[in-house]
Design a protein around this ligand. Structure first.
Ligand code: SF4
Length: 486
């Protein structure tokens, strides 16, 4: 499907593949830059915009024009300062070696490339995007979305020589965004479905991704057929294709080695590589459990599987869930304890597609341990919930707090109820309990994750990375250094 729109809304078409004379700076040192509401010119997407998307599709060379930027709908300089708007970004690529399998990985690069732009903050992926443009960079000249299109074209061409042709469309037009949305969902569903046909036991290698190490320096996603990346955008097939075309890039094979625990999903090959990539910070990762040594999370996860000690069960929340969950904490409250590339037993950053995996938290009891899930997610993955569990797992519509949850689980004879007696006698799973009492007031918590692996650009292409550091200062005084000899 091509992006269709009312021709009267077609704003600009620009052709060119040479490096444009950008009004803003572009470079890796801008990754991790945060733009707070008072500093933003406008924002696109986020929780208040129901339909937004970014997608990469492969095309035949004759279907696209190299270096073309298409804008549909009002441009940046026509949008009210401080406003929130919908956005769709379609990147179309062609080339002899550009396989369909590469779409997912190329799509994930939109996040990184837009974050390379001075004064631009990009979060999340697929149907979940949230972008802010800063006031300063707007005043500097980034006053048209065409600059984002040109930057994407230039960065893709620099990073992926296999891309022979590339065309970028950006639309702020609600009608165009809504019309294309169902098609984008179909594309993502087909990508995810393909990966579902394989099992972890069927392959010799898993794949790693360290694309998010600029945000979370010790984090590495382990991508297996049964555990899609936490951001939900890179499947085992995608990572395999990416590692072939860009062997020095962020995706690489992980020989499985020996499987030392098939239930928890512990492999010697994974442990060896995570140990190297995290510079010794993480020694072991268990792929199919939320406890002990769970998979780390950077900050880009689509959802969180969180432990509720009062009922010895696990609940799920997704990024777009508004307000407090059943334990009284919001997604943002819990994301603080989940992100940063550390292992946080009881808090597991996951992709929603992982809920469909036959190995979904299998060491913890899988679906029989799930005690609460948002309705939107229950509807979305309903066909993957075992039949006998469907009516036993409540949503926010039936259960709003822990007391109601306890009564519900008891009345339905949910499988966790059997565990209650056992747990009273045994030791409860080790989790970061402080997370249940430490929730910061909602107004102090940003609406998304700010990972602890903070990177600060200091110019000249260098970045200082603070690993797991928390810095508190009541006052910062900056003084001009006196010149020597003065
Ligand atoms: S969340 Fe994981 S797979 Fe996705 S880009 Fe980050 S490191 Fe890669």
């Amino acid at each position: 499907m091509l992006l269709e729109c009312d021709p009267s809304k077609l704003r600009i078409e620009t052709i060119g593949v040479e490096k444009p004379n950008f009004p803003m700076d572009i470079g890796e040192m801008y990754e991790g830059e945060r733009i707070r509401r008072p500093d933003m010119q406008v924002e696109f997407g986020g929780v208040d915009v129901p339909k937004k998307w970014e997608i990469v599709l492969t095309r035949k060379p004759e279907e696209i024009e190299d270096g073309r930027v298409i804008l549909i709908g009002p441009d940046l300089n026509e949008l009210k300062q401080g406003g929130t708007y919908p956005l769709g970004i379609l990147v179309e690529v062609a080339g002899e070696k550009v396989e369909k399998d590469l779409e997912g990985v190329l799509e994930r690069r939109i996040h990184y490339f837009l974050n390379y732009i001075e004064g631009v903050m990009h979060l999340n992926q697929r149907y979940d995007i949230w972008i802010r443009i800063g006031k300063k960079v707007y005043q500097k000249g980034l006053n048209s979305l065409a600059w984002l299109g040109k930057a994407l074209i230039w960065l893709y061409k620099q990073s992926f020589p296999v891309i022979e042709k590339i065309q970028v469309s950006l639309t702020t037009d609600q009608q165009t965004i809504e019309k294309f949305y169902p098609y984008a969902l179909e594309v993502w569903a087909a990508r995810d479905k393909r990966a579902r046909e394989l099992k972890d036991e069927d392959v010799e290698e898993f794949y790693g991704c360290v694309m998010c190490q600029s945000f979370a320096p010790t984090h590495m996603c382990v991508i297996t057929p049964n555990r899609i990346a936490s951001c939900g955008s890179i499947s085992w097939f995608d990572a395999r294709a990416a590692s072939k075309v860009d062997p020095k890039g962020p995706n690489f094979p992980i020989p499985k080695g020996e499987c030392i625990d098939p239930i928890k999903g512990i492999y010697t090959g994974v442990n060896e590589i995570i140990s190297k990539k995290s510079l010794g910070s993480i020694k072991q990762v268990a792929l199919y459990t939320s406890f002990e040594t769970p998979h780390t999370s950077c900050g880009c996860f689509e959802g969180i599987a969180f432990y509720i000690p009062e009922v010895d069960g696990i609940a799920i929340v997704h990024r777009d869930f508004k307000g407090p969950t059943v334990n009284g904490l919001t997604f943002s409250n819990m994301a603080e304890h989940t992100s940063g590339g550390t292992q946080n037993p009881g808090f597991n950053g996951i992709a929603i597609e992982y809920l469909r995996s036959p190995k979904f938290l299998q060491a913890d009891g899988g679906w029989e341990r799930i005690v609460w899930i948002p309705k939107a997610i229950k509807d979305r993955v309903g066909d993957s919930i075992p039949q006998h569990m469907k009516d036993l797992i409540p949503t926010e519509q039936e259960v709003k707090n822990i007391e109601e949850l306890k009564s519900w689980l008891k009345s339905k004879n949910h499988p966790v109820v059997k565990r209650w007696k056992q747990v009273a006698e045994e030791k409860a799973p080790e989790v970061r309990k402080e997370a249940f009492v430490e929730a910061a007031p909602a107004e102090l918590v940003p609406a998304t994750v700010v990972p602890e692996g903070l990177s600060v650009p200091i110019g000249g292409g260098f970045i200082i990375i603070f690993k797991n550091a928390k810095i508190v200062a009541e006052k910062v005084i900056i003084k001009r250094a006196e010149k020597v000899g003065k």
